[in-house]
Design a protein around this ligand. Structure first.
Ligand SMILES: *Cc1c(COP(=O)(O)O)cnc(C)c1O
Length: 367
């Protein structure tokens, strides 16, 4: 049988390359026959989740033969009271990637386009293209979003503007007043997805925008995740806050049980442990400053970051540096897909992991 998939496939999908995640620790250890490798590639929380989550997971496991609560009522209640938002404004996702997909599927088609910044999250162009829509990439300003240029890029066919704040992979941050000014100037028929995956990190150092904004902007969707500072990347859970009519549409394209039962309960417990959150944020900031000092004294240029990672300039040798760090057991992230071929991104790990990273990087310069 001669099956020409090429002729069948949706045209937007033909030209896609799958999202390439950070190299898994298991792969590295197998390939190089080493142990105790340090993964600093995917912006995970090195301290892991709240110990209370780990305790509770054993209990929750005994219930996995049941379907999860398809509405995630208890997690929504916890989010609602913590963030002072109405239950009807919330949408839960299997990671916030799920939310990004709902938004795209609700609003994009082959007749429309979406605007995003160069060097922003790699998933935006992927999802836009997969739906046959046009992606409009706006040049960055100082590695971050150029909001004025993004406003100017909006045209009659624009349905969505994606903004990651702080941005991944650059860690850049847009000030609160600039976000508000941007929202005021954006045509109301354009949906703005404000991706706040790293909100807690930025809010630890800066005043960031909060969910009350959706009361003023019915076209605004704000998404957050439990994958980063809450340490639940492997369980997959995120959420968005938006106007009720918008949340209603997002929930129509959601799979019936998109968030699994372990993730629902773990997120609820993680949300309540503010002490653990504080500990993670404090460690991240201290370690970030040590890394900054290292980059300065070793003459690496870096981009100031308001998240749990730093992108640094390897002076044209990023591929070589990336590969030379691997046999030393250190996994960083290549920025080639982000169109930053000179940079590597390093996630801020535990103090001892960061020491290994710094020593490995120094030893490359000496050799
Ligand atoms: C990590 C990340 C996400 C979240 O991913 P999920 O694990 O699916 O919640 C979303 N946006 C950005 C910019 C990220 O870096």
């Amino acid at each position: 049988m001669n099956l020409e998939l090429k002729n069948l496939i949706n045209s937007g999908i033909e030209g896609l390359t799958p999202y390439e995640p950070g190299k898994p620790i298991e792969d590295l250890e197998r390939e190089y026959g080493i142990k105790d490798a340090v993964k600093l590639a995917s912006n995970e929380n090195p301290l892991g989740p709240s110990p209370k989550v780990l305790e509770a997971l054993k209990r929750i496991l005994s219930g996995v033969h049941r379907y999860p609560d398809g509405n995630g009522f208890r997690l929504k209640e916890a989010l609602s009271s913590k963030h002072s938002v109405d239950l009807n404004n919330l949408t839960l996702g299997n990671g916030s990637n799920d939310i990004i997909e709902f938004v795209a599927r609700c609003f994009l088609s082959s007749e429309s386009n979406a605007v995003f910044s160069k060097h922003a999250f790699a998933v935006y162009p992927l999802i836009v293209k997969s739906l046959g829509a046009e992606g409009i990439e706006v040049p960055a300003k100082d590695w971050g979003h150029d909001l004025q240029a993004m406003l100017e890029a909006i045209n009659k066919e624009t349905k969505i503007v994606f903004i990651a704040n702080p941005n991944n992979p650059t860690g850049t941050f847009i000030e609160k007043n600039e976000i508000i000014r941007f929202l005021e100037k954006t045509p109301s028929q354009v949906i703005v997805l404000l991706d706040q995956a790293y909100f807690d990190y930025s809010n630890y150092e800066k005043e960031d925008v909060f969910f009350d904004l959706v009361g003023s902007f019915p076209n605004l969707i704000m998404s957050r995740t439990f994958s980063k500072v809450y340490g639940l990347a492997g369980l997959r859970v995120g959420f968005s806050v938006s106007s009720k009519p918008l949340a209603d549409y997002l929930n129509r394209v959601r799979q019936p049980f998109n968030v699994n039962s372990l993730a629902l309960e773990a997120a609820e417990i993680a949300l309540a442990d503010e002490k653990h959150l504080e500990k993670c944020l404090k460690l991240n900031k201290e370690e970030k400053e040590k890394l900054y000092r290292f980059f300065v004294s070793n003459e690496y240029e870096y981009i100031e970051s308001f998240a749990n990672f730093i992108s640094f300039d390897c002076r044209g040798k990023s591929n070589k540096v990336f590969k030379s760090l691997l046999p030393k057991g250190v996994i960083t992230r290549s920025m080639a897909v982000y169109k930053m071929p000179n940079h590597l991104r390093v996630t801020i790990g535990l103090p001892e992991e960061n020491v290994i990273f710094r020593e490995s990087l120094s030893s490359l310069r000496e050799s």
